[in-house]
Design a protein around this ligand. Structure first.
Ligand code: GUN
Ligand code: ZN
Length: 439
């Protein structure tokens, strides 16, 4: 007893001071009033977790023993949560001139083939996570390649940095090069082994990962559906209705299916813990079913413009009551910065005559993504008990942003120029589980 008490007393408390912005509700339902802004706020951290948030003066007085880090006017936020990306595509981001299927065949598959080499997978996993930290992203959801070693590389790199990681072996047993093809059985068995090795280990969550219906046979989708039934706490991720040509192809490959979603639904791959990337061109039945089961739709705006996929209808999806997260989708997406991703979501909203409020953009990149990952309370929020994954945002990181934010009359006007024009220079500091990783 005495020893335990002694250890608790010795555990370091850190009090971070700066501007703070927290959600008290869902800004898509309640508007920007679902937030609390403090121009002199504080976040108390101990043992990698948030203990308390509040006003700086009050928390300083209550915890005089805490080590104080004063971030001045910096805005303390939860680290961004990227709900869909492909770490093996980091080295071929911004590849020119193709649309989805040609882009996969020309650029993506040759690059993913290199991940048969574990050393290369380790190198790119490390590079990707370091880019994420530099950009203020503290939790990533990644497709890996068909190689089990690519999953080990991702989770090992996340573990080394103390980061929450969500990932799985990408499964493909048709319409892919031989060097990137598995089978229904091996996809099932390799995924099962990886689940046993990684799921729930530290901050790792395994995500069962059929790439998309065109590259999986019905047998493979069925085998992965059965694996999900046997491992219901795993997430499942895939792509859905990204491009019109892709949808036509799916209809040809699965003539009996009612629509694209039905190719997943019929094989046990529709569920609350399912993450459906893009989900742009949805049929009414698909939208209904996704909402009924409470599945996660993942909006990938920088990718949707870069690959020319289409305009996600945020207003319609919100009105339906869908659960929505936000993602970079690198390397189909053209930026590692979730600020740029939020900016692109705003631009797509504008093209749909729906200006998305900065509170809503920020919510999507933090709490919204955490919710589709079923990790709310743990990541995407700074509240008592959550992981101390946080960033300090410099709201005047470039001359162009500084001259605009200097005229701001409230926090939203101060933040919006950074959302639209900011990049890694706006991320003054990144903390992962309380440990400073940038700045
Ligand atoms: N659909 C199937 N695979 C992919 C991929 O790697 N990126 C994107 N954007 N869409 C896909
Ligand atoms: Zn993707």
């Amino acid at each position: 007893m005495a020893c335990a008490a002694h250890m608790v007393a010795r555990m370091m408390m850190t009090l971070h001071l700066g501007q703070t912005l927290t959600f008290t509700g869902d800004p898509f339902r309640e508007g920007p009033s679902a937030t609390t802004h403090s121009s002199r706020g504080a976040v108390l951290v101990e043992g990698g977790r948030v203990i308390e948030t509040g006003e700086a003066d009050a928390l300083r007085a209550a915890h005089p023993q805490a080590d104080v880090r004063d971030h001045g006017d910096g805005l303390i936020l939860p680290g961004f949560v990227d709900a869909h990306m492909h770490y093996p595509q980091t080295a071929m981001i911004a590849s020119w001139g193709k649309r989805l299927i040609d882009w996969l065949n020309s650029y993506t598959f040759p690059e993913e083939g290199k991940f048969a080499d574990r050393a290369y997978a380790d190198e790119i996993a490390a590079r990707t996570l370091d880019l994420a930290i530099a950009n203020g992203t503290t939790a990533l959801t990644s497709f890996c390649t068909i190689h089990p070693g690519s999953v080990d590389a991702f989770f090992a790199a996340a573990e080394a940095r103390g980061m929450a990681g969500f990932a799985g072996k990408t499964c493909m047993d048709r319409n892919a090069p031989d060097y990137l093809s598995d089978t229904a059985q091996s996809a099932h068995d390799d995924s099962k082994t990886l689940i046993e090795r990684w799921h729930g280990k530290g901050r790792a969550t395994y995500v069962i990962t059929p790439r998309f219906s065109p590259t999986s046979s019905p047998e493979q989708l069925g085998a992965l559906g059965a694996l999900w039934v046997a491992n219901p706490t795993c997430l499942m991720q895939t792509h859905l209705s990204e491009q019109v040509d892709e949808i036509d192809w799916v209809k040809g490959l699965y003539p009996q299916a009612r629509d694209y979603l039905d190719t997943y639904e019929a094989h046990g791959l529709l569920g609350e813990r399912g993450l459906y990337g893009h989900a742009i061109h949805l049929e009414p039945r698909e939208a209904d079913r996704l909402r009924e089961v409470g599945a996660g739709l993942v909006h990938c705006p920088t990718s949707n413009t870069f690959i020319g996929s289409g305009l996600f209808d945020m207003a319609a999806r919100v009105a339906e009551g869908q659960r929505i997260g936000l993602a970079s989708d690198t390397g189909g997406g053209s930026s590692f910065s979730m600020l740029r991703v939020m900016g692109a979501a705003y631009e797509i909203g504008q093209l749909k005559r729906n200006p998305i409020h900065p509170a809503q953009l920020l919510w999507l990149a933090t709490e919204g993504s955490a919710r589709v990952l079923h990790a709310q309370g743990e990541i995407g929020r700074l509240a008592p008990g959550s992981a101390a994954d946080m960033i300090v945002l410099d709201l005047a990181s470039t001359p162009a942003i500084a001259q605009r934010s200097a005229l701001a009359s409230d926090i939203w006007e101060a933040l919006f120029p950074t959302i639209m024009m900011g990049d890694d220079r706006a991320i003054a500091k990144t903390y992962v589980a309380g440990r400073q990783m940038k700045g």
